[in-house]
Design a protein around this ligand. Structure first.
Ligand code: FAD
Length: 506
């Protein structure tokens, strides 16, 4: 009798978390000998992926350790692992060593993921389960009568009964006209090409000023680059700073209860305007009085000045604008689901930037390093970027700003961050899935899914055996760029998928 095969495309943090949870639940249900699991991973190493495959010491987690556990319902697991292995890995803990809120290098976290995967892969084999890793790039998927066939680079194919898409965070292909330019780097990761091709004394342009740009800055700084570094972005805004002792707020106004009251009394979903009104009430209650909201505007203010202020605020426990989003870590995803698509689009348009800089702050240790770059005048942040082109005559990149100013640069790193929209995702697989109608891109970003079971949806039909996890589900889900959230969704996905194999509803 042939085994039922579950295939996971992508062996990064999400892929291995799904592998482990599926193995555990099948083993517990004593069905592990009737099911096989295959991971298709294009890299030689499983577990590392884009985020945690970096070798750079300055690329650190932007989430504290006790939220990074890779096992369902055990966010603490990584922090416990750190303490248990302190003697072996202590040097890679960059802040709050020995504490739950430790910050480590991302390369250490990648080692943790690899170690966890190798342990449970060996245990699954020892328990008699058929498990395998295919090191190849999945390029296309064909839906069969039951199940799927996956095309792999190198003209081989793999068939499966259940398919889990977890390709991670495809790089944004938002400057395709520059892709063939020698000194254009489409992403800050991997850093090797940047270090090989950019001379240490060269001036460097970074497109973007978000967390991805901070990574690019750390790569250059950790490798002793001496030239001027300029971050160009439309709004010139950098992430704010995570407080060491984050003041978590017991929200009274912006709560699921308040939003459900709106659903119950108005028989409709809440609007962004209502959410912002509740946010302002929450912030003023926390601040103990009226807030001059105009003064909280950040665009047009010098990034170095804002950073200095933010470091001070972070040293004093943070403020309402960052502490409320962090305090709503576990509710905000649910609140996001309760917004109609038109309201989600409004939120991204009206508050997207402010949510990003306040909810995805940089750790204090990196903020202080960036501040030194401002103080030494090596770094500047220039707002108003409109377009980037390459001028063959001047053999330079021409960066044009909204006010018409043009700046010439020789070396450009695209650190504008991951693509939200499927069409901008630099992934042959994702483009083929969209072209073949096996996925349906959402206007708000990512693909259409059932946000409870993580099953893929096209039109009105839910695939019974096709699931997705991670960044490609940004849009309908909020916190997909956080391991804790993805692991939570993987718990739901695994239970639903397995209930379809062993027949009893989860
Ligand atoms: C730079 C960066 C830093 C981040 N830092 C944090 C952090 O500090 N804390 C946090 O919680 N989250 C962080 N995130 C968010 C992170 O993306 C998510 O947490 C996510 O869970 C990562 O796991 P993943 O499996 O989705 O992606 P990845 O770990 O990137 O894994 C995806 C895997 O899929 C493989 N793959 C992709 N396409 C194919 C294909 N077609 N065929 C075969 N293999 C394929 C890739 O090689 C990769 O190994 C960060 C993200 C980025 C980009």
């Amino acid at each position: 009798m042939s085994l039922t095969n579950i295939t996971i495309i992508g062996g990064g943090a999400c892929g291995i978390s799904a592998f482990i949870e599926l193995f555990l639940q099948l083993r517990i249900a004593k069905s592990h000998r009737e099911v096989s699991i295959t991971i298709i991973e294009e890299n030689q190493e499983v577990g590392k992926g884009l985020a945690f495959g970096t070798k750079q010491p300055g690329h650190i987690l932007n989430t504290q350790a006790d939220l990074m556990g890779i096992h369902f319902s055990e966010p603490q697991h990584f922090s416990d692992w750190l303490i248990e292995h302190d003697a072996r890995i202590g040097d890679e803990v960059v802040d709050n060593q020995g504490e739950n809120k430790a910050f480590t290098t991302r390369r250490l976290y990648g080692d943790y993921l690899k170690e966890q995967f190798e342990h449970y892969f060996a245990l699954a084999q020892k328990e008699g389960m058929d498990v395998q890793v295919i090191h190849a790039c999945a390029t296309k998927v064909h839906q069969q009568e039951s199940g799927f066939t996956v095309d792999l680079a190198g003209n081989t194919q793999h068939s499966c009964d259940f398919l889990v898409l977890s390709p991670g965070t495809p790089v944004a292909d938002n400057y395709p006209q520059l892709n063939d330019k020698e000194h254009y780097f489409g992403s800050p990761w991997p850093s090797d090409p940047i270090l090989e091709k950019i001379p240490k004394e060269a001036d460097v342009a970074i497109l973007g000023s978000s967390l991805s740009a901070i990574d690019a800055l750390m790569t250059l700084t950790d490798n002793d680059y001496q030239g001027k570094i300029t971050c160009y972005s439309p709004d010139g805004l950098m992430p704010r700073v995570q407080p060491e002792e984050q003041d978590m707020i017991d929200c009274k106004f912006l709560t699921l209860k308040k939003l459900h009251e709106i659903q119950r009394n108005e028989l409709r979903n809440p609007t962004v305007k209502e959410i912002f009104r509740l946010f302002k009430e929450e912030a003023e209650a926390y601040a103990g009085g009226k807030i001059d909201w105009k003064a909280t505007a950040r665009t047009g203010k010098p990034a170095e000045k804002l950073l200095e202020e933010d470091i001070e605020i972070a040293r004093n426990g943070g403020d309402a604008l960052s502490n409320i989003p962090y305090s709503l870590r576990y509710e905000s995803s649910e609140m996001w689901k309760w917004l109609d698509e038109s309201e989600k689009l409004k939120f991204k348009k009206w508050f997207g930037t402010y949510w990003a800089v306040n909810r995805h702050c940089m750790p204090l240790i990196n903020a202080e390093r960036v501040n030194k770059l401002f103080t030494s005048k090596q770094l500047q942040v220039v707002p108003g970027l409109k377009e980037v082109a390459f001028d063959d005559g001047r053999q330079s990149f021409v960066l044009t700003h909204g006010d018409g100013r043009e700046v010439l640069e020789k070396f450009v790193i695209n650190a504008t961050g991951p693509a939200s929209a499927v069409k901008l995702m630099k992934s042959e697989l994702m483009q083929n899935l969209a072209k073949d109608g096996l996925i349906e891109p959402e206007d708000v970003g990512g693909i259409k899914i059932n946000t409870e079971t993580m099953q893929v949806i096209t039109g009105k039909s839910v695939y019974p055996n096709f699931y997705a996890i991670g960044h490609i589900t940004n849009g309908l889900l909020l916190d997909v760029n956080a391991v804790w959230f993805n692991v939570k969704m993987i718990g739901n996905l695994s239970r639903h998928l397995i209930s379809q194999i062993i027949g009893n509803p989860s």
